[in-house]
Design a protein around this ligand. Structure first.
Ligand SMILES: [Zn+2]
Ligand SMILES: [Zn+2]
Length: 284
């Protein structure tokens, strides 16, 4: 199996090491492909995003590493770009000045409809206490309303933005083990999921299987759930395997487990970024 991750963070945003340290670790692991995906909210930033003044230097550093390690590993330069309507979008039109090789589109922040852009949103990916306080602040503690809104925003992003890979598809599950703010088996949740899988298939996006919650101890499961993954396989949606590593030691964390889940779901091939764009290779 070609060993890859296109969802990798470094010190340029909230990761632990420099890109070169990550490349050296990837080569030691026998990885064939590595994509850097700095958190982007261009032209804005929170404390965990790439600073707007650093975009040019970030891209230049990855391009230099591509030259230096040519022959050892195939490197790519991308962004994990936030979708915050009215503020920032994961879209090639917006990121064009930096000529990325690929874009991951992620929803980390969720606001109720008709909220002013200055009101702090619910941070879905935050530590547990912050997820809980955001639910109270933005949705009066109504977890169902919050998660429905997450799915609505994700579908909007998929339909309206030009990017490659949907990041951590069912992210609200991350803190649901501790907070139990919604029921993944409820009919409304299953309907939201099915509608979203249809939208993803229709838009032709790639979906990542993301092992980041396991490696960081946030949730003992992959994104997306086994049920969602089977639904994606049924629809013929292209799948990439990513670690969402914030540290070199997590570059291929839980990949054996992910491979089993992929096979169980009926996924037969994974997608990789080649010289001429995304290409499939048998899961083997
Ligand atoms: Zn993310
Ligand atoms: Zn990430």
């Amino acid at each position: 199996m070609r060993l890859a991750s296109y969802h990798v963070h470094t010190r340029w945003c909230d990761g632990k090491e420099s890109p070169e340290e990550v490349v050296l670790a990837a080569v030691r692991l026998g990885m064939t492909d590595l994509g850097f995906s700095a958190h982007g909210a261009w032209p804005f930033a929170t404390e965990w995003h790439l600073k707007p003044s650093s975009y040019v230097a970030y891209v230049a550093e990855i391009r230099e590493l591509q030259r230096k390690f040519r022959g050892d590993i195939r490197l790519a330069c991308g962004f994990e770009a936030d979708y915050l309507p009215g503020i920032t979008y994961p879209d090639y039109g917006i990121y064009a000045p930096f000529a990325p090789d690929y874009l991951i589109g992620s929803v980390h922040y969720v606001s109720p409809p008709d909220t002013g852009i200055l009101a702090p949103p619910w941070s879905v990916d935050a530590p547990t206490s912050e997820v809980a306080s955001g639910l109270e602040r933005c949705f009066r503690g109504d977890g169902t309303a919050a998660v429905r809104r997450y799915w609505e925003l994700l579908r909007e992003m998929v339909k309206s933005c030009d990017f490659d890979v949907v990041g951590h598809l069912d992210l609200p599950r991350k803190r649901n083990g501790e907070l139990r703010f919604f029921d993944e088996t409820a009919p409304w949740y299953r309907r939201e999921l099915e509608t979203t899988l249809d939208a993803v298939a229709e838009a032709g996006k790639i979906v990542e299987v993301n092992t980041g919650a396991i490696s960081r101890g946030a949730m003992d499961d992959l994104y997306p759930s086994a049920e969602a993954l089977a639904g994606l396989a049924d629809r013929g949606v292209r799948i990439a395997l990513n670690s969402d590593a914030h540290s070199a030691q997590d570059l291929t964390s839980a990949y054996d487990r992910a491979a089993r889940a992929l096979k169980n779901a009926g996924v037969r091939e994974l997608w990789y970024l080649g010289d001429k764009g995304w290409e499939a290779e048998s899961l083997g």
